[in-house]
Design a protein around this ligand. Structure first.
Ligand SMILES: [Zn+2]
Length: 235
């Protein structure tokens, strides 16, 4: 997979559209320099962790109850920032390689922190099979593969699945959304993942409700530790 991906660096920067002469880079120098990085890999009780635990006061204790070691996003999904354009292309415009490259870049930049230490398997947030057929790919899997290739860790797409299709979240809010994502996930053969340290990867965390639902389903995986990585955290 790596060698195949390396053939496909774009000639124009997918963020600003500028021509890139150097085919060994994915984003132009300007865009690479101005990505809205969160630095959450070295920040505990960050906004991604807070989104996942809800309103509870003791965030570290609340994470422990959820079998979460920690959570971080690589980028802030800022309104009116070109990052929105880039993420939109990755999700809806048939350019999933953007996810692969950003995942790889995140892993490279976070290698000096202990964030990815002892991760044994990487699981991307699954799409429902129907959504996957419509879109043709799962963008979170591409992000996961970018991270996995850099770290040398396997990506697993078979154990955690989405069993209920939920309406597009943009059309929903509040309670309706919460009911819709409850029990939306299933874990097949949880015993094969017992006591593993799992990196759960998503493209964008907004309310955290979908991720919480997935983590709830993963309670069947006895003794597992879960670390959450999101490419973006909505602000
Ligand atoms: Zn650019």
């Amino acid at each position: 997979m790596v060698s195949l991906f390396s053939l496909f660096y774009p000639r124009v920067c997918p963020m600003c559209g500028r021509y890139i002469g150097d085919k060994s880079v994915f984003l132009c120098e300007h865009c690479m320099g101005t990505l809205p990085r969160t630095e959450q890999a070295v920040e505990r009780q960050n906004s991604t962790e807070m989104a996942l635990v809800g309103m509870r006061k003791d965030i570290v204790a609340a994470l422990k109850v959820m079998h979460l070691t920690r959570a971080a996003a690589y980028l802030f999904y800022e309104k009116k920032h070109p990052i929105q354009h880039l993420v939109h292309k990755m999700k809806y415009r048939d350019q999933p390689l953007i996810g692969y490259h950003l995942g790889r870049q995140a892993a490279m930049e976070m290698q000096d922190t202990d964030f990815f230490d002892e991760i044994e398997v990487i699981i991307p947030m699954p799409l429902h099979p129907r959504r996957l057929r419509e879109r043709g790919y799962n963008q979170s899997e591409y992000i996961a593969r970018g991270i996995g290739d850099y770290l040398g860790v396997d990506v697993d797409t078979s154990h955690v699945t989405r069993v209920r299709n939920t309406p597009k979240q943009a059309l929903q809010s509040g309670e309706g959304r919460m009911q819709n994502v409850a029990d939306a996930f299933a874990v097949n053969h949880p015993e094969q993942l017992y006591h593993k340290h799992i990196l759960l990867v998503d493209d964008l965390i907004t309310t955290g409700e979908t991720m919480r639902s997935c983590i709830r389903a993963m309670r069947l995986i006895r003794g597992a530790k879960i670390t959450v990585f999101a490419l973006c955290k909505a602000q």
